[in-house]
Write a protein that binds this ligand. Structure first.
Ligand SMILES: Cc1cc2nc3c(=O)[nH]c(=O)nc-3n(C[C@H](O)[C@H](O)[C@H](O)COP(=O)(O)OP(=O)(O)OC[C@H]3O[C@@H](n4cnc5c(N)ncnc54)[C@H](O)[C@@H]3O)c2cc1C
Length: 606
């Protein structure tokens, strides 16, 4: 009898979680047919994938604390391994003298990678005692349907023939669909070809990709999010520069003289992310105004919610409530939550009558480079960075700004249940993706405070320049990049580094695997229907992650999970085990299908 073959494509964190649940479910069943589990990870880092590569430098940090990291689920069906430590427990086991102090730290991504890899190895060792588990360190480049199974095409060597494998059931967890690898700036300038040596389209792995950047030459970096911080640190600390500290506080950057002469960073908004201290998010919070009931009350029956009309006003109200809760507390007062927004505003009005020097909270000011409590003066880049660091140090228990900025993270769980699977109107979905998603990420999901202090030290040292940060005019001419903003002399750069995280803006960004599957009529793009429907550039799945084909049929044998489903579900691009968890239902479905086949074969046997 031929083996029943199960494949997991992409063994980053989400592929690992799926593997873990599969082994747990397989442990429950018996059958005559042999089971083979095929694991595909093109980076060769099983469990960690490319993002948590254990060999990357230690200064590349996580953006959320250790207490949130745990490979093992809290489900009734226990993991098959004896030891299932959370990340903090795993760290404690490595160095027992520091017991229980790990929860409230930001670890390096490489260390998290070691934990993920270790968890994978333990599962693998346990799994091979019962099943054939085959690791393939190669990319799956195509999947097509056969009669009762699927043919996978594997790119084993760049210049060799592709190989094929027939499988019965597939989970695809390949992460970000593709790295963009191109700059739209190519279109501008003097029309001459931009040599490859003048661009870094994608920075990971940093040691390899950024080695192209020559020391002592000017560089421009596009994007000012988390990847920008990785790129800047790789070009400075990664080249032997040191951040000197006094009383645990970063004071100054000591250069190695191997870094670029200057780094000009820029983005669409020109604003850095809001950093977070390790205590941020520690205290549970129950939203007062942004609730299921209030969303339902604000909508008419049977209507889909509109982001601007039904969601945003409640988010603004929650933000205002959180801002003033801290502003009141700082004056020794208490703000009482009232069901009715007018009641809340009355208290706020009275507060301003008593404290005339306090500037009224304006939601819009969270997205401008101003001190929210004194917004009349626009802050320059360095002053704004220092402001953000000071506020983050106070944290959302003491800083009204931080309380307001962190609100999105507190309500995003409920927002997810509204957004997922096209829950909002098509216009709203589009509006959210294009105008709100990255701005909300900027204020709510920022880097560790330590990293932003390093950025401040680099601006102070003159190595990092943010004077051209807001949407400069960027041209390629006379063999160089030219950056210009109003009222400033243009500056030049030898190299342009793309430090943006690729997102699916169109199907053109899809990986060869997804493009191939689309051609083979296994999948279709998810479109939010409406008067003006919205193409999400995300493959369509049902509510348990099963792929939907061009005819709208649900494919019980192929499931998508993890970052590549971002856009049809929200907040999936994280290490979270619980958020949009399709792994558990996939594993259950897979063993049920196997059991059904076993039963049928027994009935059919004479
Ligand atoms: C630079 C960076 C920093 C981040 N920091 C954090 C953080 O601090 N905290 C957090 O929660 N999240 C962070 N994230 C988000 C991150 O995407 C998730 O934490 C997590 O990696 C998502 O897991 P995944 O398995 O869905 O995707 P991935 O981690 O991307 O894993 C997908 C894997 O599939 C493999 N693969 C892709 N295509 C194929 C193919 N065709 N065949 C075989 N293998 C394939 C890839 O090699 C990759 O290893 C970060 C992301 C980036 C890019």
């Amino acid at each position: 009898m031929k083996a029943y073959r199960i494949a997991i494509v992409g063994l980053g964190p989400k592929g690992l979680y799926a593997f873990e649940r599969l082994l747990a479910q397989l442990g429950k069943i018996e059958g005559e047919q042999e089971i083979e589990v095929h694991l595909f990870e093109k980076s060769g880092n099983y469990g960690a994938g490319a993002i948590y590569d254990p060999n990357q430098p230690d200064y590349l940090l996580m953006n959320y604390p250790n207490r949130n990291i745990d490979v093992w689920p809290t489900e009734n069906l226990k993991p098959v391994v004896e030891h299932s430590p959370s990340f903090s427990e795993w760290l404690t086991n490595r160095t027992p003298e520091k017991v229980a102090s790990y929860d409230d730290q930001f670890a390096s991504r490489s260390l998290v990678g070691k934990y993920l890899k270790d968890s994978f190895e333990n599962l693998y060792k346990r799994g091979i005692q019962s099943y054939r588990i085959i690791k393939h360190s190669c990319a799956v480049v195509d999947i097509s349907k056969m009669e009762e199974a699927y043919k996978m095409r594997l790119k084993v060597a760049m210049d060799g023939e592709d190989q094929t494998l027939i499988v019965n059931n597939i989970l695809i967890s390949t992460g970000h669909c593709s790295w963009k690898g191109s700059f739209e700036e190519r279109k501008h300038g003097d029309g001459t070809k931009i040599p490859e040596k003048s661009t870094v389209p994608f920075i990971y792995p940093v040691n390899l990709k950024l080695s192209k950047v020559q020391g002592n030459t000017p560089v421009a970096i596009k994007g000012m999010g988390l990847t920008f911080i990785d790129a800047v640190l790789a070009l400075t600390e990664g080249r032997g520069g040191r951040f000197l500290t006094k009383n645990d506080d970063l004071v100054v950057y000591e250069p190695s003289y191997k870094e670029p002469s200057i780094i000009h960073a820029f983005s669409r908004t020109g604003l850095p992310m809001v950093p977070r201290s390790v205590d941020e998010g520690k205290k549970a919070y129950r939203p007062v105004y942004f609730t299921h009931d209030s969303i339902r009350r604000s909508m008419g029956n049977g209507q889909k919610p509109c982001f601007l009309k039904h969601i945003l006003p409640l988010y603004k109200l929650e933000t205002e409530y959180r801002y003033y809760t801290v502003a009141f507390k700082n004056k020794g007062l208490t703000l009482y939550p009232e069901d009715n927004a007018n009641g809340l505003r009355r208290q706020i009005l009275n507060f301003h009558k008593d404290y005339t020097e306090e500037y009224p909270f304006r939601f819009e000011n969270m997205f401008r480079s101003v001190d929210i409590q004194n917004p009349s003066v626009k802050l320059g880049p360095l002053a704004y960075l220092r402001y953000l660091v000071e506020e983050a140090e106070l944290g959302s228990e003491k800083s009204p700004f931080m309380a307001a900025a962190m609100t999105w993270g507190k309500i995003s769980g409920l927002f997810r249940s509204v957004y997922n699977f096209g829950g909002m109107t098509a216009e709203s979905h589009q509006m959210f993706e294009q105008n709100f998603r990255s701005q909300l990420n900027r204020i709510s999901y920022g880097p560790p405070l330590t990293n932003m202090k390093k950025i401040v030290a680099l601006v102070e040292s003159g190595i990092l320049n943010l004077d051209y940060a807001k949407k400069p005019n960027l041209l390629w001419k006379q063999n160089r990049w030219h950056l210009g903003v109003k009222n400033r002399k243009p500056v030049e750069a030898e190299m342009l580094v793309d430090a943006r995280i690729p997102t699916n803006v169109s199907q053109a960004d899809w990986s060869p695997l997804l493009k191939g599957m689309q051609k083979n009529e296994l999948l279709r793009e998810f479109i939010v229907p409406g008067k003006k429907s919205y193409n999400t550039s995300c493959p369509e799945i049902d509510r348990s992650g099963r792929l939907v084909d061009p005819e709208g049929n649900i494919n019980n044998d192929i499931t998508l999970y993890g970052t590549l489903t971002e856009g049809i579900v929200y907040d999936n691009d994280s290490l979270s085990r619980e958020c949009n968890n399709f792994a558990s239902s996939w594993a259950l479905r897979t063993v049920e299908k196997y059991s059904e086949i076993q039963l049928n074969s027994k009935i059919e046997a004479p």
